[in-house]
Design a binder for this molecule. Structure first.
Ligand SMILES: NC(=O)c1ccc[n+]([C@@H]2O[C@H](COP(=O)([O-])OP(=O)(O)OC[C@H]3O[C@@H](n4cnc5c(N)ncnc54)[C@H](O)[C@@H]3O)[C@@H](O)[C@H]2O)c1
Ligand SMILES: Cc1cn([C@H]2C[C@H](O)[C@@H](COP(=O)(O)OP(=O)(O)O[C@H]3O[C@H](C)C(=O)[C@H](O)[C@H]3O)O2)c(=O)[nH]c1=O
Length: 316
């Protein structure tokens, strides 16, 4: 029987890529709920052939009254992508992060508890583990949570609620924690789309601090494929780390993008560092690789080429 999924945050970067991935690779029916914040701009035209399996409902997951209206049916799975996702904004104003990332997750867990869905997948982040020193081994699923900014603290709080509902109520949950995504449809407030759009517009590229902070980059479609595998084959109660194993300093990332664009490094401008800036993220993904047979297939340079083409086509 066709699965019916409730996807939250499907107008955002990863959620929208995930919906397109599922429509193209499965026969699932999808209900997409999203508040359409400044980051929720990816409500695109669904091809006619797939329209009968897709619906969109504008909804704030933090408002229980709004949320109750989307449960006009029982769902097989809820996948929670909805979040305030930008670290810099969480440093400026943390309230929306607490409101959406914690309260929203709580409301969804309560819905599952009252029988409105058979499974719940929380989309989390490597940032909940905090920061690594240069020679530390990558994060595993057993690394203690040590978030350093309001965004990551709100995501870690949500993860703890999800864990508690599993331990207390045996709720059928799983958590995925992924490293830095890049690809089509990402908001230009984030590093890679900012570099591409600024460079194409001959604008300065701000590089925080010494530019030597390290992120582990993954092409968004590889992340989507991993979440699909977790949905199909994951074990209830488990956490799965997902990483691209492409560790690069921010300076290297910018240089590589500028090279592919044929642009001059003179556009780079060192600016004041981000407060509490995590130095390094790196993921050990051997659990999902060994247990579910997943691995990333798009290299950083191939992914960057596809991403650049998408932003150029969009007319930046
Ligand atoms: N971007 C990354 O590199 C990354 C890495 C690991 C994990 N994640 C996680 O993946 C998820 C998606 O991240 P993203 O980069 O696509 O974020 P995004 O900011 O692009 O999209 C978030 C979406 O959530 C929606 N939203 C916000 N508040 C809402 C609310 N109260 N109710 C309903 N919808 C709401 C927004 O409108 C938007 O469409 C987040 O949970 C994030 O923590 C992101
Ligand atoms: C926007 C910007 C960023 N940076 C630096 C700051 C970081 O060290 C790195 C990446 O920054 P960005 O804001 O794109 O991403 P992170 O702060 O690593 O967080 C991202 O990856 C995790 C996993 C999530 O979970 C977040 O949702 C996602 O936003 O570039 C700059 O130097 N200049 C800039 O203009």
């Amino acid at each position: 029987m066709t699965k019916h999924l409730l996807i939250t945050g499907g107008a955002g970067f990863i959620g929208s890529n995930f919906i397109f991935y599922l429509l193209n690779h499965t026969d699932y029916s999808i209900t997409n709920i999203d508040l359409l914040t400044y980051a929720g701009k990816n409500i695109e035209i669904i091809p006619q052939a797939q329209k009968s399996r897709y619906r969109f409902i504008k909804c704030d997951i933090s408002d229980p009254d709004q949320l109750s209206k989307v449960f006009d049916q029982k769902y097989d799975v809820i996948i929670n992508f909805a979040a305030e996702s930008h670290v810099d904004r969480s440093i400026q104003q943390a309230h929306p992060f607490i409101y959406t990332n914690i309260n929203g997750t709580f409301n969804l867990l309560e819905a599952v508890l009252s029988g409105k869905a058979s499974k719940f997948i929380q989309i989390s982040t490597d940032e909940v583990y905090g920061s690594l020193e240069p020679n530390d081994p990558p994060f595993t699923e057993k690394t203690p949570l040590a978030p350093n900014n309001p965004y990551s603290a709100s995501k870690a709080s949500a993860d703890l609620l999800v864990r508690a509902y599993y331990k207390t109520h045996q709720l059928p949950i799983m958590i995925t924690r992924c490293s830095n995504n890049f690809g089509p449809r990402q908001h230009p407030e984030k590093l890679i789309p900012k570099v591409i759009t600024n460079a194409l517009n001959h604008e300065v590229i701000p590089l925080y601090g010494d530019g030597l902070n390290i992120r582990d980059w993954i092409y968004v479609e590889d992340h989507c494929r991993a979440v699909h595998m977790v949905l199909e084959k994951g074990t209830i109660g488990e956490i799965y780390n997902i990483g691209g194993s492409e560790e690069l300093t921010n300076k290297q990332v910018i240089q590589l993008v500028l090279q592919q664009l044929g642009k001059d490094e003179g556009l780079i401008k060192h600016i004041e560092d981000r407060k509490g800036h995590d130095r390094r993220y790196a993921m050990n993904s051997s659990k999902i690789r060994n247990e579910l047979g997943w691995k990333p297939i798009t290299s950083f340079s191939e992914g960057i080429q596809k991403t650049i083409e998408w932003y150029k086509d969009k007319g930046i």
